[in-house]
Design a binder for this molecule. Structure first.
Ligand code: FAD
Ligand code: 2HG
Ligand code: ZN
Length: 467
């Protein structure tokens, strides 16, 4: 660090205005702790630029002072990626970059600044009669720059893909303050390396995303949303296959809720108004565009009947549909209310899911008898959240402190052993750096570090995260 803290904060204040350079403990507090309360950080300051030019100037000032920067969006990330690690780092919050710059209805694209919340992007699309399909429980507070930086997944990946699949162009401030303007709304552009892809999923280690041009899609006119008892994970996969054979890629979401996840919901929210069906359940949604809105419903009903699934609730109103989705989206809140969990976010090839679940469940219960599980997730993507809570009566924080690492190694070893991934959607951040080193080949880590060094030779952009 060159120069004094006071000099840097004064320089930052001259760029963004003194009110948007936070230095007091109280003002900085919300930016210094992560969503899961796994990391309590410290920072020299929190700075909130108001546009791209200010962001670039902030980065240039920090770079000139040799001070590291931690980009932060909605601060809902699960791996401590947005939490600063020491009082020699500056948090760069993108929350004031919250404008929708353009919406092109004919081209079906939207250009938004990084700090627009995911829900606001969805709303802007809906207002134009279009769909921005990225969706997840945190959508009211996560921000599109964070979604792109984590390559977020969520509830409709099966049909629409991850954040990466929805990005056409990016505007990025590089670690030295230069601006890379690739805000193109092109579906086709073969002009060398596709540089935007580097920043998607980079967790803020290569630059700060300030704006993005995103794909919009036709807004479905019909939706069939149902909760059904499926018997076993294998039967759930068979149901998915039959649905896809029947209605093709109209299958938009296919979420699984094991008995233990449903039990955690009941423990945390005993009075909630959602339906109680025998476990395990699937919450699925099919969406389409036909003029006759009974056809999709009839096709889904025929598949359920053919699979011998009698125990099912099909939403007959938007309100019921939202109740079903709220039930699924409240599982993380239930875990939090019960003291928190050791979370896993693994993926395995679809066909391996049933055996993987049996194996991992047996191994965890044998080694940590009495622990409670919460198993659910994006089954159609091969992505499950295999979460482990302390035994009833045990202190949740102590359980996590003493056992999280060993439980993680067991779960991740089994997932990677099944040719899967230790992180399907939440990323690496600070939390899973050891896993990255453990499971990725030396050549992969070397390439990642080569890229990091090429873009950020001084290591000032979100150090200590990812690789
Ligand atoms: P932050 O937490 O602020 O940051 C995340 C990472 O991105 C950090 O490394 C940060 O440095 C970097 N970053 C943020 N903004 C920028 C930027 N503009 N430029 C460069 N780097 C940046 N995730 C899923 O994938 N699927 C889910 O279904 C899902 N459900 C969730 C449900 C709940 C209830 C909660 C609390 C979280 C959930 N998440 C889910 C995790 C989280 O919401 C996502 O990872 C989200 O994409 C993070 O966005 P954010 O704006 O909060 O990012
Ligand atoms: C979800 O799918 C999120 O609800 C959060 O990815 C998962 O809290 C979790 O473990
Ligand atoms: Zn998830």
């Amino acid at each position: 660090v060159t120069g004094s803290r006071a000099e840097l904060t004064a320089a930052l204040g001259a760029i963004v205005g003194p009110a948007d350079v936070l230095t007091t403990a109280a003002a900085c507090a919300p930016y210094l702790v992560d969503e899961r309360r796994l990391y309590q950080g410290r920072a020299l300051a929190v700075v909130r630029p108001g546009d791209t030019a200010e962001t670039a100037a902030v980065v240039a000032a920090c770079a000139a002072a040799g001070v590291a920067m931690v980009p932060q969006g909605g601060n809902t990330g699960y791996c401590g990626g947005a939490t600063p690690r020491g009082d020699d780092e500056v948090v760069v919050s993108l929350e004031r970059l919250d404008r929708v710059r353009a919406l092109d209805r004919v081209g079906a694209t939207i250009t938004v600044e990084a700090g627009v919340t995911l829900a606001a992007v969805q709303d802007a699309a809906a207002t134009a009669g279009l769909l921005f399909p990225l969706a997840m429980g945190s959508q009211a507070s996560c921000r599109i720059g964070g979604n792109l930086s984590t390559n977020a997944g969520g509830l409709a990946v099966l049909r629409y893909g991850m954040a990466r699949d929805l990005a056409l162009g990016l505007e990025v401030v590089l670690p030295d303050g230069r601006v890379l303007d690739r805000l193109r709304a092109l579906r086709k552009d073969n002009t060398g390396y596709d540089l935007k892809q580097l920043f998607i999923g980079a967790e803020g280690t290569l630059g700060i995303i300030t704006a993005a041009t995103l794909k919009l899609l036709p807004r479905p006119t019909q939706r069939v949303t149902f909760l059904a008892t499926v018997g076993t994970p294998a039967a759930a996969l068979e149901l998915l296959a039959r649905l896809r054979e029947t209605v093709g890629d109209h299958v938009t979401s296919f979420e699984y809720l094991a008995a233990d996840a449903l039990a955690r919901l009941d423990e945390a929210f005993p009075a909630a108004a959602w339906p109680r069906l025998a476990a395990p359940c699937v919450l699925a949604e099919c969406s389409g565009f036909g003029a006759d809105d009974t056809r999709l419903l009839e096709a889904v009903a025929a598949v359920l009947e053919d699979r011998g699934i009698a125990d099912a609730v099909v939403a007959t109103s938007e309100q019921q549909r939202q109740t079903l989705w709220r039930m699924r989206e409240q599982v993380p809140a239930a875990e939090r209310q019960l003291g928190g969990s050791v979370k896993h976010d693994v993926a395995v090839p679809l066909g391996e899911l049933p055996e993987f679940l049996d194996t991992v469940r047996a191994a965890v219960v044998a080694r940590w008898p009495g622990c409670r599980l919460s198993v659910y997730g994006h089954f159609g993507d091969g992505n499950v959240h295999f979460n482990v809570l302390a035994p009833p009566g045990a202190d949740a924080a102590t359980f996590r402190r003493d056992h999280a690492a060993a439980i993680g190694t067991l779960v991740h070893d089994l997932a990677e052993g099944a040719r899967g991934s230790f992180s399907a959607e939440h990323g690496v951040g600070q939390l899973k750096r050891a896993e990255l080193a453990r499971y990725r080949e030396g050549v992969e880590i070397e390439l990642m570090r080569t890229l990091k060094h090429a873009l950020d030779p001084r290591g000032l952009m979100n150090p200590g995260k990812l690789c």
